[in-house]
Ligand binder design. Sequence first.
Ligand code: KG4
Ligand code: ZN
Length: 346
Amino acid sequence: MTILGIETSCDETGVAIVEKNNNSFTLLSNKIASSLSLHARTGGIIPEVAAREQVKFILPTLSEALKEGITFDISSKQIPDIDAIAVTYGPGLIGSLLVGVETAKTLSLLWKKPLIPINHMYGHLYANWIENIDIEFPAIILIVSGGHTDLLFMKSHNEITVIGETRDDAAGEAFDKIGRLLNLPYPAGSLIAKLAEKGNSKAFLLPRPMIGSDNLDFSFSGLKTSVLNLVKKNNWDFSDENFRKDNQDLLTDLSASVQEAIIDVLVKKSIKAASKYSAKSFLLGGGVAANQLLRKRLQEKLDPDIRFVSPSPSLCTDNGAMIAAAAFFTVHKPWEEIDAQPELSY
Ligand code: KG4
Ligand code: ZN
């Protein structure tokens, strides 16, 4: 069975063709176009700009994915040899989501293929299955992205519950907002991780909000405020080129200390959840899951009897393959019943 997956919830236009047989997935193609470089300059995503770029990218990306995956020429007026079309219908930015949803509906009508609406968060979850089809239940999943920090309990493909979430900022949002205080381009997560490699994580003792709380929830806005206070108190001006040049160690030490604080909390709550729910597998998902130190710490600290699974870094950030993968575990719907839902929850 072969599924075309379309992801346009935010600033990435992802189109992939994924094949599944009994015991493996094959990525026939996985194309991504991104408007990230435009947002790097503005320090965050401007929804209108993201939507316009989605419109620009969707057909070329679709055309490339079909050509590379199944040597199909989109201008041939033929019907491609796929079994269904999967598309992200939420959560995300309404303008961006609509581009993918309306494209998928049109293709479904034109090619007479079933349409499968996919929740973006389930896409992040099912990215784990692409390279590990034999995941055992029960599983605990930590989804860490720019908008979400969620712990999920998965008893089976149809029984998924949220057991913990952030009360304010998401982990990725904390990286990005602190990045702005350090005058780093958006999104700052991978840059902070890179700077942290050269820094001392014990240089600044930053707070670990809610680390000892009697639940599985998170909070990251206090960490951001604490970095802001530190920057203000010391009159550090990271926007000044000369200051940056003379204070490279400060930047790397701050980055390492911030990363350590975020990871400490994520790991502590993850271990707690895995033990409470007697998990056989622990899965990671979302952009922050690409963080190498987070993966290493989880692997080191989780009970060795629990299988640790994480998608390859390129499958952690938004892509079409994860949407197609999720579709193999979901039923299709008539196109008339599918609408973009920006606020969709699990
Ligand atoms: O899942 P994603 O691509 O988009 C959303 O659905 O939000 O996640 C993007 C987030 C951003 O906040 C970015 O800073 C963060 O993932 N991120 C990282 C790393 N790579 C991306 N955070 C920490 N370490 C990384 N290596
Ligand atoms: Zn995402």
